[in-house]
Design a protein around this ligand. Structure first.
Ligand SMILES: Cc1ncc(COP(=O)(O)O)c(C=O)c1O
Length: 487
């Protein structure tokens, strides 16, 4: 039992105050807990009660303890400033907030790519360095590198970029939009975030394609939304199904990715585009048209977007630079009624005061430059070549074990494995062999589907990457015949 040292030149009450402060800081007396009474403490420490009263007075003046008549002396709950340091419980903080973590498979893929940059990457939804217009952008920025003023930008985005996007939409997508109906975002992802957070409420049901890229975003669940899956085949979703699903779930919004859909690569047929608009306008449902891939159409004739056929104003159209130029630029846009653009721009201000003007300037110059058209042409040609290399490699390596439709644009090929194998085991085996892909269950499908993205890998990596994947697959089941590679 500790006792104050009577030979110590420090006064007794100060020694007692220090001693109590230490015990409080070690957690022996947590915030809000009751301390022994003055009388009892005086007895225990062998001092006068007046000495303990002085010690308590000292601690009270530092805000460490509080006394209330009739309820004794307690460790302060609120004023811990003077108490020696405590490390916050960061783990608990990290588990807090409303954002759910990314899906475990996606975190595993990211970790594997960080640990081994030599992995052949069929997972990342982006373009390889040789497909991005880096040289063109460098040249465009070289002459006049920065805008004349670098203050906070307009809440809807940099005006010259909104003008450039409006003329791009008119020329390439047949969409008539003015600068005031365009919101610049840091990519489609942010457009989706703003829509789910600001236009919908927890408990609302939203319809997504089955399978769907949107299923892979915990963002939807973090916003408290219920996901209703729309059945789909090789021609995209079946619009007629929306009626019965709406009856059952009271759908509030429909999310579609009609061109070279992520993950299946499918193109929504013209008939179904018409039918979808018909059903949505009948039910008064807004549609989010997520359209990052249309300009990668290998024939160079992208389908008309839903927005260009929209006569009643039910479409929020979102686009991005990510899949047609450079994901790292982080530039995207949304076309919406002005009231919605204003609401989202206001929310956006609260989040980050808008996207930096510099990438917006790069994007504006590139869209308006003579480099844009030839870049698109080269991009389509190169992507088609990569698609062909992938199809050829799958046919050679796994002729009896995979089923797929050949995409006519975009960067994804959706593959069914016959027979099915466990997603988790296949991913781990593939990582061991030196290749990475995204298991289909990430997008809501059953085990046994794989998304191969061929935009990110170099052309010369595609054959060897599929050979490694085939090895991993064969390692998991004896039933796959070993296929010799044709010379
Ligand atoms: C369908 C779809 N929507 C949105 C995004 C997000 O893209 P961005 O880089 O524009 O935020 C992606 C990225 O893979 C996508 O495939």
């Amino acid at each position: 039992m500790w006792k104050p040292d009577r030979h110590n030149p420090k006064p007794l009450y100060e020694q007692i105050a220090d001693h109590l402060e230490q015990r409080i800081s070690y957690g022996e007396f947590p915030p809000g807990s009751l301390l022994p009474s003055e009388r009892k403490l005086a007895e225990q420490l062998g001092v006068n009660r007046s000495t303990v009263i002085l010690a308590f007075g000292e601690l009270r003046s530092m805000g460490i303890i509080e006394s209330r008549p009739g309820s004794g002396t307690r460790v302060s709950k609120f004023k811990w400033g003077a108490v020696p340091k405590h490390t916050p419980n960061w783990k608990r903080y990290a588990e807090g907030g409303s954002f759910l973590p990314n899906l475990p498979f996606l975190r595993r893929i990211r970790e594997a790519l960080q640990q081994n940059p030599a992995l052949i990457d069929f997972a990342s939804g982006e373009l390889s360095a040789d497909l991005a217009p880096i040289e063109e952008m460098t040249e465009l920025m070289g002459t006049n590198p920065y805008p004349s003023y670098l203050g906070y930008g307009h809440p809807q985005g940099y005006m010259p970029l909104r003008q450039a996007v409006a003329s791009y939409l008119d020329r390439y997508r047949g969409i008539q939009a003015t600068e005031s109906s365009i919101l610049i975002t840091s990519g489609s992802q942010q457009s989706l975030y703003l829509i789910t957070q600001c236009l919908l409420s927890p408990g609302d049901a939203v319809a997504i394609e089955d399978p769907s890229y949107h299923y892979s975003l915990p963002m939807f669940q973090s916003a408290g939304l219920r996901l209703v899956r729309l059945p789909a085949d090789e021609e995209g979703i079946l619009p007629e199904e929306i009626r019965s699903l709406h009856k059952k779930h009271r759908i509030k919004m429909i999310f579609v990715n009609p061109n070279f859909q992520n993950p299946t690569g499918t193109l929504l047929s013209d008939d179904r585009r018409g039918a979808l608009l018909e059903v949505a306008s009948e039910l008064g449902l807004p549609i989010v048209e997520d359209d990052p891939y249309s300009l990668t159409d290998y024939e160079g004739i992208p389908r008309s977007p839903l927005k260009s056929m929209d006569r009643v104003g039910s479409i929020l159209h979102i686009g991005s630079f990510s899949k047609m130029a450079a994901a790292g630029l982080r530039v995207g846009w949304m076309v919406a009624p002005h009231s919605i653009v204003e609401r989202l721009a206001d929310a956006r201000q609260q989040m980050d005061f808008g996207l930096s003007v510099i990438p917006q300037q790069v994007a504006a110059r590139f869209l308006e430059s003579p480099y844009f058209e030839p870049h698109l042409h080269r991009l389509r040609t190169q992507l088609r070549r990569k698609r062909d290399l992938l199809v050829e490699a799958l046919q050679q390596e796994l002729p009896d074990s995979v089923r797929f439709h050949v995409p006519q644009g975009g960067i994804h090929l959706w593959c069914r494995l016959v027979p099915s194998v466990s997603d988790a085991k296949l991913l781990e085996e593939a990582i061991k062999k030196g290749v990475v892909f995204v298991p289909g269950s990430v997008y809501g499908s059953d085990s046994g589907y794989v998304r191969f993205t061929f935009g990110r890998a170099k052309a010369e990596e595609i054959g060897p990457g599929i050979a490694k994947f085939a090895e991993a697959l064969r390692g998991l089941t004896d039933s796959f015949p070993t296929v010799k590679k044709a010379k």
